[in-house]
Each structure stands twice: as structure tokens, then as C-alpha cells.
Write a protein that binds this ligand. Structure first.
Ligand SMILES: [Zn+2]
Length: 212
């Protein structure tokens, strides 16, 4: 292995959106999304500090194609805060699609951060909604807990993991993305764009077996 990393008390594992709708059979399935579950379960035993995020939309959310007459999923529209890809309805509050994958086992998680609950604005990032200005509160939580490095895992690599990594960097945290603990959707080259974006911010991209 490239280098053995031993998570410390100033490290936090951020597990992004490992929910039924993002797994095979779900309404916005990430190909092979469920394959991250055993990887994350193993990682979760290595970290003392873990935060889970949960995409959590009200019915009729502004990111749903069904909320825009004449539009279909993956169309791009301009909303007041900028361009937004329209998605199939997904992760509706309280539905089984919004629940975590049933085999996800992360008992040490101390916080479940829900995002995307404002009807008119989407939130890919765990730190800021898609206007890049409205905070979720996660930066403050991580700072108050004294964490300095954020390790990321989950779904989807090229959307919620990517934007969370960028905002973690923006918030002053060191960033490591555990690549085999993520899977991507790959819309219009978004996986390649994510690799470039991670390189641009100097994020460490590692494999889960480097964490011991
Ligand atoms: Zn969503």
C-alpha cells in the first residue's frame, strides 16, 4: 500500500448520502453505489469521529424535474442562484428512498447532517447550499469539535462528495477523498471534472486500504 494512515482525534470521516435512492433500485441510482457500503463500514471502525449526511428534500423540491413543467431529468435550468441540473424525484423526507442503506453500519456517527430541505434551493455540499452562501452549519460544528482534516466517502463522487471536498478546503480543513469508498454518476464528464477539481485544491486522493 502507498502509505499507512492512522486516523487521529483531529480527523473526521464525512460519509456523504449513502441513501437508498442513490443505490441500485433507487430513483437516482449511482451505478454500483451500494458497493461503498462494506468499504465505509470497515472505515467506520477506524475513525473515532464520524458525521453522516442525508439528502433530505420536501416533496416538490426545486431540484426535481417534476417541479418544472416541460422539463425532464438531467436538463439544466437557470435558477436564481445559478445553473441547476434537474433530477428525478429523490430522497423525499421520511420516505424509504431517503433512508440510509440498510447495511450501512456506522454506530459511532455523532451527527447526521441533513441538507437540501429548503424547497427552492438544492444542496450538493455538506457545508453550503448551491448558492455557495447559505451555510448548513457543518463548518462551525467541525471547528468547534477541533477537527482539522476531513476524510470523505460516499455518493456521489462527482456531486455531493466533490462539492463537500471543495467547501471543506474553503473552510480551512485539510481534505482527503477515499476514492474506492465513493462512486460517481458521471453526467457530461463530471467524474473527470471532479478529479481536476480535487487536484486544484490539493486534496489527497487515497485508497481505503491505506487507512489502518
Ligand atoms: Zn438531492
Amino acid at each position: 500500500m502507498a502509505g499507512a494512515l492512522n486516523p487521529t482525534l483531529s480527523d473526521v470521516l464525512l460519509v456523504v448520502d449513502v441513501q437508498n435512492d442513490f443505490c441500485p433500485g433507487g430513483s437516482l441510482a449511482v451505478p454500483h453505489g451500494d458497493e461503498v457500503v462494506p468499504v465505509i463500514n470497515r472505515l467506520a471502525a477506524r475513525f473515532a469521529n464520524i458525521v453522516l449526511t442525508q439528502d433530505w428534500h420536501p416533496r416538490g423540491h426545486g431540484s426535481f424535474a417534476s417541479s418544472h413543467p416541460g422539463r425532464k431529468p438531467y436538463d439544466i435550468v437557470t435558477l436564481p442562484y445559478g445553473e441547476q441540473i434537474l433530477w428525478p424525484d429523490h430522497c423525499v423526507q421520511g420516505t424509504s428512498g431517503a433512508a440510509f442503506h440498510q447495511e450501512l453500519e456506522v454506530p459511532r456517527a455523532a451527527l447526521v447532517l441533513r441538507k437540501g430541505f429548503r424547497p427552492e434551493i438544492d444542496s450538493y455540499s455538506a457545508f453550503f447550499e448551491n448558492d455557495r452562501k447559505t451555510p448548513t452549519g457543518l463548518t462551525g460544528y467541525l471547528r468547534e469539535r477541533g477537527f482539522t482534516r476531513v476524510f470523505l466517502a460516499g455518493l456521489a463522487f462527482d456531486f455531493c462528495v466533490r462539492f463537500s471536498a471543495e467547501d471543506a478546503h474553503r473552510g480551512g480543513f485539510a481534505v482527503s477523498v477515499i476514492e474506492d469508498a465513493c462512486r460517481g454518476i458521471d453526467v457530461n464528464g463530471s467524474v473527470a471534472a471532479t478529479r481536476r477539481a480535487l487536484a486544484d485544491i490539493g486534496a489527497q486522493v487515497i485508497a481505503s486500504d491505506e487507512i489502518v
